[in-house]
Design a protein around this ligand. Structure first.
Ligand code: B3K
Ligand code: ZN
Length: 871
């Protein structure tokens, strides 16, 4: 194999956590004046700067800039020529302790295809400043520990920009000359520059209000394009529910007289928590039954809540530096997970969250991009908005709730908010507040912030006399830059089931702190069935030799719903991993399938289960998660074995799937848990049946598509049809496209369903779709709809020819100059080459080397590619 990993790359600047120094200058107040235009917006910024008593005392003021040109620089109102540029930054020496620095710049929002800073989207202007976008608007100490009170004035053409919004409260507005108008906003809460926002455009508002527990009335508005205001109800209800929940559960009240949300179609992320002016990707706002699935409804509720919760966990208490990102993101993800659990089915929510963690974060932890939830270094911070910082970050704080219990945890968070309100804090500040408030010792627990990698816990159960001994051995795998690891604190909720009665005598919380530890339990005449890491109390991988028989038992009898799900998953994982590794005799394969089939039949027939939970128990482990369990995996084999099992289950239980589909089809549309559960099962029945009998299922799916009065049913039927051959496929896809041609979010689904389909020619379909007139590289949702769905479709992406890898590489190279942030998100799928069998690994690595060799890469892509080749 060619050694391509050593393609020379220019040395990149690395930012180290250990290098943190307080800012030399603070900016207590800033006034921004925008003269708006789509291609030349003038920005005048007036910064009141004051020497930081905690700084180095030097005269040098560094104002970050990215692509800005200073048209004029004034100090205390006087023209000032003694300034210089250092890269994009503007440096000036200031003689005294307090000054006002005024700088004029001009930016071109239309040319801003990176969608960071001030940019144009369909005729409107909007901003995205986290993490380092503000420096693309104005020269500023663009770091989260510089907190300022913002006053904003903007003026522009009234016809083009009838709505003018910024953070905080409106102060004044009026008409100007030549058809212009202006508005002034003031945000009384000091904030870092990444929370600044401005929106100007032709928008309509859906309005409501909320009265806080102390009696303050808050005006709520969701701004969308005309015509979309009929699809904001669910987002508004979610917002109101979030506001009430945060008061009740965390004692946090909203702190301005208005809360605005704006939905934009061109957006790199999901949404942004700018103070008092959240900006959202339209996909997390707009919903009605005809165009949004049940999953879309859930995602909207979760993201609206997440951004709202940031008002306290992120805005009132912000981050000292970007290494502390998990301080706000991990905690806020935990809060939105808890909220959604309270709003719907808590067990189902927990299962979904763990599924996401395993599908997105476990591969990160075991690959070249592994990093602790509080990283030690970065080249481009945008690359650290990861499942590790967000989702594992949430799991780490969740473990604190397990160790402390909810009441004591709440004392900890109360203390955290009280101590650090108005400050830029660190993860260490959070841990200390939980320690002090909840009365926990988290000394060793802090390793969760330091060490990357998913800990593995091997559990061996021994039974002698009436004593059960559990021996737990933990290992934290080596990760890039961290060859040696220390033992973690691992809280494992555990129960020992008596097989005869199907009961256990109470749950134990086993807290592992050492590399190896034993726990003994008395009073067991016979060996019990082990239920461990119930509720997924720790984000670890458990290895225990549980028999298929015990797993079937637990799948039916465990009183912890997550553990039931887990037993089913393990049953299938054990079988499929053995099958992929070629370890099964014909008889063993039959026996394994029979055990799984019996367990599935029992779930189908268990009348005590609600349908939402039944749906979880029936989901087969995903290909990515299965692949994680197998070294040097052949993704093709994983795909084939999993499909074969699906087909076998479809065939063996055909009558039951048909009966289930019929029963659920009779349930009318509503958003009740019952109706949602029915829709979920309907989809699953189709999926199993399609694997067994494609022709008959195409007819069934077609009928479901034709009869669908909601997007969940329509999309599910189309998803199944997209994976099959036959006339029904083309007809349904054409119909869907025609019906929803005007709705960008639904057309995104149309792209995704085809790119993610089980069809053997999915790869060719993606190639053709890239040339479709509705495809564009400038809209991140559209790019993700086609290519993320494709990269997550193992059957297509991992084509043995390497064509899938080539397509993603071509995309990265084409997209990088347009939007490096989004382009970099496509590198990790290629970065998993070390986990894959040698033939494909060489192809993947070759493509990474091709990217590395390209000139002029963005810092985003360069960092991800370099780490992927080296790690
Ligand atoms: N804080 C934003 C993330 C913005 C992403 C910047 N690259 C959304 C969120 O987590 O709430
Ligand atoms: Zn967030």
């Amino acid at each position: 194999m060619n050694d391509l990993s050593h393609t020379p790359l220019a040395p990149a600047e690395v930012v180290l956590r250990a290098d943190y120094r307080p800012p030399a200058w603070l900016v207590p107040e800033v006034a921004l004046d925008f003269t708006l235009s789509l291609d030349a917006t003038r920005v005048r910024s007036a910064l009141k700067v004051a020497k930081n008593p905690a700084g180095d005392g030097g005269a040098l003021l560094r104002l970050n800039g990215d692509g800005l040109v200073a048209q004029a620089v004034l100090v205390d109102g006087q023209p000032h020529n003694d300034w210089r540029m250092d890269g994009g930054d503007l440096l000036l020496d200031l003689p005294g302790d307090e000054h006002t620095v005024t700088i004029d710049t001009v930016v071109n929002p239309t040319a801003n295809t990176q969608l960071s800073g001030l940019y144009a989207s369909g005729g409107m202007l909007c901003t995205q400043c986290e993490a380092e976008g503000f420096r693309r608007i104005a020269f500023f100490p663009d770091r989260p520990d510089v907190l300022s009170v913002y006053s904003v004035r903007m003026s522009g053409d009234k016809a083009a920009f009838p709505v003018l919004l910024s953070n905080g409260n409106p102060v004044a507005s009026g008409a100007g000359e030549g058809g212009t108008h202006w508005a002034e906003w003031h945000d009384p809460w000091p904030k870092p520059s990444y929370l600044f926002a401005l929106v100007a455009g032709d928008l309509v508002a859906a309005r409501d209000s909320f009265v806080t527990r102390s009696g303050r009335k808050v005006d709520l508005a969701i701004y969308v394009r005309a015509g979309d205001e009929t699809r904001t109800d669910h987002a508004m209800r979610s917002l109101i529910a979030s506001m009430a929940w945060d008061e009740e559960v965390y004692g946090r009240e909203y702190d301005l007289d208005l809360f605005n949300i704006v939905a934009v179609s061109d957006f790199n992320a999901g949404a942004m928590e700018n103070k008092g002016l959240n900006v959202f990707n339209t996909r997390y706002i707009l919903a009605d039954p005809e165009t949004a699935t049940d999953a879309d409804y859930d995602a909207i509720e979760g993201v609206v809540a997440h951004e709202y919760f940031h008002n306290w966990s992120g805005n009132r208490v912000t981050c000292r530096d970007w290494f502390q990102l998990s301080l706000k993101e991990g905690f806020t993800v935990l809060r939105d997970q808890q909220f959604s659990a309270d709003r719907g089915s808590a067990p189902v929510k927990r299962i979904e969250d763990v599924r996401v963690l395993r599908a997105a974060q476990f591969p990160e932890d075991s690959g070249p991009l592994a990093h602790p939830i509080r990283p030690d270094s970065y080249q481009e911070i945008s690359n650290f908005y990861t499942a590790t910082v967000y989702n594992k970050g949430a799991e780490v704080i969740r473990m604190m709730t397990v160790l402390a219990g909810p009441e004591r945890f709440r004392k900890g968070t109360d203390l955290y908010f009280e101590r650090h309100d108005g400050e830029a804090a660190t993860c260490e500040d959070f841990v200390r507040a939980i320690e002090d408030g909840a009365g926990l010792d988290l000394k060793q627990f802090r390793r969760w912030y330091e060490q990357a990698g998913t800990p593995r816990v091997d559990v061996v159960m021994a039974h002698a006399g009436d004593t059960v001994t559990l021996t737990c051995t933990q290992t934290v795998p080596a990760t890039p830059g961290q060859p040696n690891k220390q033992p973690m604190v691992i809280p494992l909720r555990t129960a020992l089931f008596d097989r005869a009665s199907g009961r256990h005598a109470g749950e134990h919380l086993l807290v592992l702190t050492e590399a190896e530890q034993s726990f003994t339990f008395e009073g067991f005449a016979s060996a019990p069935a082990l239920s461990i890491n119930r509720g997924f109390s720790a984000p670890v991988s458990i290895q225990s030799a549980v028999s298929a028989q015990d797993l079937v038992f637990l799948a039916q009898h465990d009183d912890d719903p997550f553990a039931r799900y887990e037993a089913m998953q393990q049953l299938v994982v054990q079988h499929l991993v053995a099958a992929v590794e070629g370890r099964l005799t014909g008889e063993e394969r039959d026996a394994g399938r029979t055990a799984i089939g019996d367990a599935v039949a029992a779930i189908l027939g268990d009348s005590a289960l609600d349908d939402l939970m039944r749906g979880e128990l029936l989901i087969l482990p995903g290909e990515a998660y299965l692949a994680e369990q197998i070294p040097a995996v052949d993704p093709g084999k994983v795909h084939d074995e999993r499909e074969a099992l699906k087909g076998w289950l479809g065939q063996t239980l055909k009558d039951q799937w048909c009966a289930l589909h019929d029963r659920c089809t009779a349930v009318p549309y509503s958003l009740s848990a019952e109706a949602r559960g029915a829709r979920k099962l309907k989809t699953q029945a189709l999926v199993y049946l399609a694997a067994a009998d494609p022709a008959e299922t195409a007819r069934r799916a077609s009928a479901q598509y034709a009869a669908a009065d909601n997007m969940t049913d329509g999309q599910a039927a189309l998803m199944v049809l997209a994976g099959l051959d036959g006339p029904e496929r083309a007809a349904a896809l054409a119909d869907f496209h025609e019906r929803f041609a005007d709705n960008m979010l639904v057309i995104d689904k149309w792209f995704s369903l085809q790119a993610g389909s089980l069809h053997p020619h999915a790869l060719d379909h993606v190639k053709a779709l890239a040339a479709h007139p509705a495809f564009t590289l400038t809209n991140p949702n559209r790019v993700r709809a086609l290519y993320m769905a494709f990269a997550a479709n193992p059957g297509a992406f991992h084509a043995a020819s390497g064509e899938g890898y080539r397509m993603i590489t071509d995309l990265i190279l084409q997209l990088d100059p347009i939007n490096g942030n989004v382009a970099a998100r496509f590198v990790p799928p290629l970065g998993r080459w070390r986990k894959v069998e040698p033939g494909r690994a060489a192809l993947m690595r070759g493509e990474l080397a091709r990217i590395a060799a390209a000139p002029g890469l963005s810092r985003d892509v360069r960092e991800q590619v370099t780490r992927s080749l080296e790690g």
